[in-house]
Design a protein around this ligand. Structure first.
Ligand code: PLP
Length: 388
């Protein structure tokens, strides 16, 4: 049996007729950039997420970039971000000559540790970017409290978390000042190329984002501000218009797959309790812990990734690959140890929890079309590895 990390062809097969028709409709209209498909998609996302403004943009990275431009990030301004995320979270800050100020993560959720934020606030701090990593909300109440107290903007990096909800049922990306989403094909909702979305409930920010998306020109060819080409094209919007109604059912399947993994791991005796964070007992494999067991509240986790931790992660990784089981490491190097950020003057051991995550975590296949037999097979193989 082979188990790929992700098989996008299965989803395409199930929606082929609708998707092909949508693509042809755009071809026949010859309307390629922004326009009616994009507007339709933006309305649909505002309704789905529960926010007043949604703007289609060219990628998740550009969503972060335009958000930072909209809050008027100036050279030397500091933005507090977790050290453990996809590169774009910090890279976009540096591209605007801002300074990413890093904090460690919570070892259970892998999300930014709110207790670390306040220690890092200076007179130059402009914003906080919480990341809802792997599809689970960061602790937004705590983060918003700190932001309000110090008058900071909050830009949510919700690239991996479209449809995920914080404990009170609010969709992530609608809680801070601006939400950023990605439609990269491997996200829970992917288009046929690059695409992204920015969201806000603030009219002034919404209008500014809209102008920044088209080089900052308003009216056209008259520039009070400098923006960029952050436009989404109609083909991507047409794909998203077909796919959005299915998103919740895909997220539910991912959640079911996660709970099947958890059950099979416990049945196999590989994990006693979900998410114990030490390898001090018999536990060889550590499972993602439902957040209510630690914090007493429930997040709606959409499992863009299902991450386990393993003592001998690199050997496990090789064993899985040798057995045709897809896997990946998100992410092997935290920001503070990236060469390009050496000017920020961090060093090894500065953020021990993120470093431990980088050394022990591994992503297993979790996509919606995965079968129970495939999940069983993955767990059996991991059992074989642990017991050998
Ligand atoms: C994917 C991702 C991005 C960037 O999105 P792109 O569409 O690939 O540019 C940003 N942040 C996080 C956390 C991501 O996972």
């Amino acid at each position: 049996m082979t188990v790929p990390l992700l098989d996008l062809k299965l989803q395409y097969k199930s929606l082929k007729k609708e998707l092909d028709e949508a693509l042809i409709k755009v071809a026949e209209s010859q309307y390629f950039i922004l326009g009616p498909e994009v507007e339709k998609m933006e309305k649909a996302f505002s309704a789905y997420l529960g926010c007043s403004f949604s703007l289609g943009v060219s990628s998740g990275t550009d969503a972060l970039l335009i958000a930072l431009m909209a809050i008027d990030l100036k050279p030397g301004d500091e933005v507090i971000v977790p050290t453990y995320s996809f590169f774009a979270t910090a890279g976009t800050i540096s591209r605007l000559n801002g300074i990413p100020v890093l904090v460690d993560i919570d070892p259970v959720t892998f999300n930014m540790e709110p207790k670390e934020i306040e220690k890092k606030i200076t007179s130059k701090t402009k914003a906080i970017i919480p990341v809802h990593l792997y599809g689970q909300s960061a602790d937004m109440n705590e983060i918003m409290k700190i932001a309000k107290k110090h008058n900071l903007k909050v830009i949510e990096d919700a690239a991996q978390a479209i449809g995920a909800q914080y404990k009170d049922g609010k969709c992530v990306g609608t809680i801070g000042d601006i939400g950023c989403f990605s439609f990269f094909p491997s996200k829970n909702l992917g288009c046929f190329g690059d695409g992204g979305l920015v969201t806000t409930n603030d009219k002034t920010l919404g209008e500014k984002l809209n102008i920044l998306r088209v080089h900052g020109g308003y009216p056209k060819y008259y520039h009070k501000i400098i923006g960029g080409n952050f436009r989404l094209d109609a083909l991507q919007a047409a794909i998203l218009n077909v796919k959005l109604p299915y998103l919740d059912s895909w997220s539910e399947k991912r959640r079911q797959n996660a709970s099947d993994y958890t059950r099979f791991f416990i049945e196999a005796g590989l994990a006693e309790e979900e998410g114990k964070i030490n390898f001090d007992s018999k536990n060889k494999i550590l499972l993602p812990k439902p957040v209510y067991k630690q914090f007493g509240f429930k997040n709606y986790h959409i499992y863009n990734q299902y991450i386990i931790r393993a003592e001998k992660r690199d050997e496990l990784r090789k064993f899985l690959s040798d057995n045709a089981i897809g896997n990946e490491i998100y992410y092997p190097v935290p920001f503070h140890l990236q060469e390009c950020f050496s000017n920020l003057n961090y060093k090894l051991k500065d953020f021990p929890l993120a470093e431990a995550a980088a050394d022990t975590s591994i992503a297993l296949p979790i996509f919606p079309e995965l079968t129970k037999d495939q999940i069983k097979f993955v767990v059996q193989k991991i059992e074989e590895f642990v017991k050998k």
